[in-house]
Design a protein around this ligand. Structure first.
Ligand SMILES: Cc1ncc(COP(=O)(O)O)c(C=O)c1O
Length: 409
C-alpha cells in the first residue's frame, strides 16, 4: 500500500481530490497516453507480417476509449450484439469487427449476418445453425486446442473440461456441415485464457491451432486469442515482443511447410485497458476488529467485481486529506454492499485511513466498469478521460436513480 507520495504518476494526489469534488465518488478515471501506449505495443507486435490485432471489448466497452484504440490501429472483437453496437458507436466498420459468441440464438447470428460481420462458431450445434443463416457465405471456427492458461481457474478458456470451442477432432464434421450449406471457413480462432505472464503455453496452443489450419484449406487467417497479462502486484507484464517473435517463427515454419500463407490475429483486452484505468473512492467509516482496521469505502463489488470473483489483487493507494504522520496499520478494505464477502483488499499495510480520505484502486481499466452492476440498487459510476494535456472530460455520466427505475412498468 502506498501513501499519497507514491501515487500513480498520472494521478497525483491533488488531482484525485479535484476529480472527486467535480465528478463525484466512486469514479472511473482513464489516462489517454497510457491507453495509446498499450495500443501501440499491440499494433507493433509482429512488424513486417500480415497482422490484424483487435481489442476484446468485453474488457471495456466505452465507445470513446474504443475510438482511441481504433485510431491506434486496432480492430474490435465482440462477444454479443450489444458489443457490436458499442463498436459501431465507436466508429468501427463491419469489416473491422469480429463476432465471437458462444451458445447464441439464431436471431443473434442473423444480427451479425445482416451487418456483414464475420462470425466465429463455438460448437457443432452453432455450426448447424450457421450453415443455414450464413448459407453461401463465410464464417470462422473457434477451436479449443486443449491447452489453456490464465491467472485463475475461472478464466482458463481451453482444455478438456472447458465449455469453449470446437475440438480439433470435431473439425472435419464441422467442415462437412458447412459444406452442405455452401459456407466456407475464412479462418480459425482460439482464446486459451486470460492474464498469463509467460508465453510458453500461448505458443504451444498457437502451434496446435496451426496444426488444425492444415486441414482447413480455405483458412486465410489464424487468430491466436488474447490473454496477455499485466503485473497487478508489481510483476512484469507479458513480453509482447517475445510473443510476436514466437508467433512469427511458428508461422514462417508453417508457411514453408504448407506453401500457403496465413494472416496472424490476436485479440487482447486486459493488456490494452487495465493499466490506463483507476477507480477513485471515498472512505466513509473505520472500525477496529481483532487488530485489523476495517476501512469502509464506496468501492463495493458493484463497482469492481474482480477481487470477489477471482480473489484478484489490485493495488490501493490512500490519498489522505491532510499530510500528517499516521501510524502504519493493517487494513482490510471493504465496500458498501450488503454482503460480508464485499472485500476489496485483504491485509494491506497502510497509513491509518480516516473518514473523508480518498483511495485509488489501480489497474482497473479492464473488467472494471464493464463488469460493474447496479446490485443493491446502486447506480453505476461515471467515467472520465484524462488527456495528455491534463484536460478532463466525462465519457460516461453517472447513472441516476431514474435510470434504475426506467425499465419498470
Ligand atoms: C474470445 C476472447 N477473446 C479475447 C479475450 C480477452 O482476454 P484478455 O482480456 O485476457 O486479453 C477474451 C476474454 O476472456 C475472450 O473470451
Amino acid at each position: 500500500m502506498n501513501a499519497a507520495s507514491e501515487s500513480l504518476p498520472w494521478l497525483p494526489a491533488p488531482l484525485v481530490g479535484d476529480l472527486v469534488r467535480e465528478h463525484g465518488s466512486p469514479l472511473y478515471v482513464y489516462h489517454e497516453p497510457t491507453l495509446r501506449a498499450r495500443c501501440r505495443e499491440v499494433a507493433l507486435m509482429m512488424p513486417g507480417r500480415d497482422f490484424h490485432p483487435s481489442v476484446s471489448i468485453k474488457t471495456n466497452g466505452n465507445p470513446t476509449l474504443l475510438a482511441i484504440a481504433r485510431q491506434e490501429g486496432l480492430r474490435g472483437d465482440a462477444m454479443s450484439p450489444g458489443e457490436i453496437l458499442l463498436l459501431e458507436r465507436a466508429g468501427f466498420r463491419s469489416d473491422e469487427i469480429f463476432f465471437i459468441p458462444n451458445n447464441v440464438s439464431r436471431e443473434e447470428l442473423v444480427f451479425a449476418h445482416e451487418r456483414g460481420i464475420l462470425t466465429s462458431l463455438d460448437s457443432l450445434d452453432q455450426v448447424r445453425l450457421a450453415a443455414d443463416v450464413f448459407a453461401g457465405g463465410e464464417v470462422a471456427l473457434r477451436i479449443n486446442p486443449l491447452v489453456g492458461d490464465g491467472h485463475h481457474g475461472k478464466v482458463v478458456t481451453a482444455g478438456a473440461r472447458v465449455k469453449f470451442g470446437i475440438l480439433p477432432s470435431e473439425v472435419p464434421q464441422a467442415l462437412e456441415i458447412l459444406a452442405a450449406g455452401r459456407v466456407s471457413v475464412a479462418g480459425l480462432n482460439q482464446h486459451i485464457g486470460s492474464g498469463f505472464l509467460t508465453a510458453e503455453r500461448y505458443l504451444e496452443a498457437a502451434n496446435a491451432l496451426l496444426e488444425v489450419c492444415r486441414g482447413v484449406p480455405s483458412a486465410r487467417f489464424a487468430d491466436f486469442g488474447g490473454g496477455f497479462g499485466i503485473g497487478y502486484g508489481g510483476e512484469t507484464r507479458l513480453d509482447l515482443s517475445a510473443v510476436g517473435a514466437g508467433l512469427s517463427c511458428l508461422l514462417a515454419d508453417w508457411e514453408r511447410e504448407t506453401g500457403r500463407s496465413l494472416r496472424a490475429q490476436v485479440e487482447p483486452g486486459r493488456y490494452v485497458f487495465a493499466e490506463c484505468g483507476a477507480i477513485l473512492g471515498t472512505v466513509h467509516a473505520i472500525k477496529e476488529r481483532v487488530g485489523i482496521h476495517v476501512a469502509g469505502c464506496d468501492i463495493g463489488f458493484n463497482v469492481l467485481q474482480r477481487p470477489v470473483l477471482y480473489d484478484s489483487y489490485h493495488h490501493i493507494d490512500l490519498v489522505p486529506q491532510e499530510v500528517s504522520d499516521r501510524p502504519l496499520v493493517d487494513v482490510q478494505w471493504v465496500g458498501n454492499i450488503c454482503e460480508s464477502g464485499d472485500i476489496l483488499g485483504h491485509d494491506r499495510k497502510c497509513p491509518l485511513p480516516k473518514v473523508g480520505d480518498h483511495l485509488v484502486v489501480r489497474d482497473a481499466g479492464a473488467y472494471g466498469w464493464a463488469m460493474s452492476s447496479s446490485y443493491n440498487a446502486r447506480p453505476r459510476a461515471a467515467e472520465v478521460l484524462l488527456a495528455g494535456d491534463g484536460s478532463v472530460r466525462t465519457i460516461r455520466r453517472r447513472e441516476t436513480w431514474e435510470d434504475l427505475l426506467s425499465a419498470l412498468p
